[in-house]
Design a protein around this ligand. Structure first.
Ligand code: 15L
Length: 265
């Protein structure tokens, strides 16, 4: 089985590379930036290119069984860039996947597609978009493109509204939204292997004690989280003591970042 990972040089791409290693699986790693070279015997193929370049993306999709599309801007940026890289880039990817006969595509969406939703218990994964930034708008558009390709062409498209995937959660908000790197690997495995999922929208988070989004939709695909941010709670609560009124909505700090300007994490 060959799996294409776009954005393989990015934060999540680097975290999942070793975690998705399986006998009989080859990873094709695609990025505009340099991807770390293969380790001894590591079954990977490295391709350089932009997600907005149709011929490079078509070549990347050739002979592929499934795609994990992480490529794109991962935070707020000027509208023209966001539209081009995230929205146009995803259309280019889905169209190339369709042409190449790739049956399954996993799209990296984000909590910022619904960043203005208030923090309430058990927030469902299929919540209508309430983006908090241009970046959030692009993620809502990515989900819509995925739905179009799934419904029109019968492709399996799973959009994962990722909370926050770093080695450790960042700040108090991260205690609720953390997706541990190991759980990210588990969730992507479930997305790759679930039988005939069609179009799905799921949250990508760990089973955090302080979590508030629903895991049920991801669990229906076979995901079983094994991690909980609570192990970092004491350390984070001691260092992040400021009041955070922005954290009353899911998107937190993104909701107060100026539109179109690069924001800190
Ligand atoms: C995201 O969607 C970003 O890609 C990531 O870098 C984090 O900033 C995360 O959201 C977050 O909500 O903190």
């Amino acid at each position: 089985m060959r799996v294409l990972i776009t954005g393989a040089a990015g934060g999540i791409g680097r975290l999942i590379r070793s975690r998705l290693r399986r006998d009989g699986r080859e990873l094709r790693l695609f990025d505009i930036a340099t991807v770390a070279p293969a380790e001894d015997g590591e079954p990977v193929e490295l391709l350089t290119g932009s997600v907005t370049d149709p011929s490079a993306v078509r070549a990347a999709c050739d002979g592929v069984d499934a795609i994990i599309h992480l490529g794109g801007l991962s935070r707020e940026a000027p509208w023209a860039d966001t539209l081009d890289v995230n929205v146009n880039g995803t259309q280019v990817l889905l169209e190339a996947a369709r042409e190449a006969g790739v049956r399954r595509v996993i799209l990296a969406s984000s909590n910022h597609a619904v960043g203005y939703h208030p923090v309430t218990d058990n927030v469902a994964a299929d919540l209508a978009p309430q983006p908090d930034t241009y970046y959030g708008v692009s993620k809502a558009a990515i989900e819509a493109l995925g739905a179009l390709y799934a419904h029109r062409f019968g492709m399996d498209v799973i959009c994962v509204r990722i909370g926050m995937c770093f080695p450790k959660p960042m700040g108090v908000r991260g205690l609720a939204l953390w997706l541990s790197p190991d759980d990210c690997g588990r969730l992507l495995e479930a997305c790759l292997s679930a039988p005939s999922p069609g179009y799905r929208l799921v949250w990508g988070v760990s089973r955090n004690t302080r979590g508030y989004v629903s895991l049920a939709e991801a669990e229906a695909l076979g995901y079983k989280s094994q991690d909980d941010s609570e192990v970092f709670a004491a350390e984070i609560l001691a260092s992040d003591t400021a009041a955070h009124p922005e954290n009353e909505v899911i998107g937190g700090g993104f909701t107060i970042t100026p539109l179109g300007e690069a924001n800190p994490l």
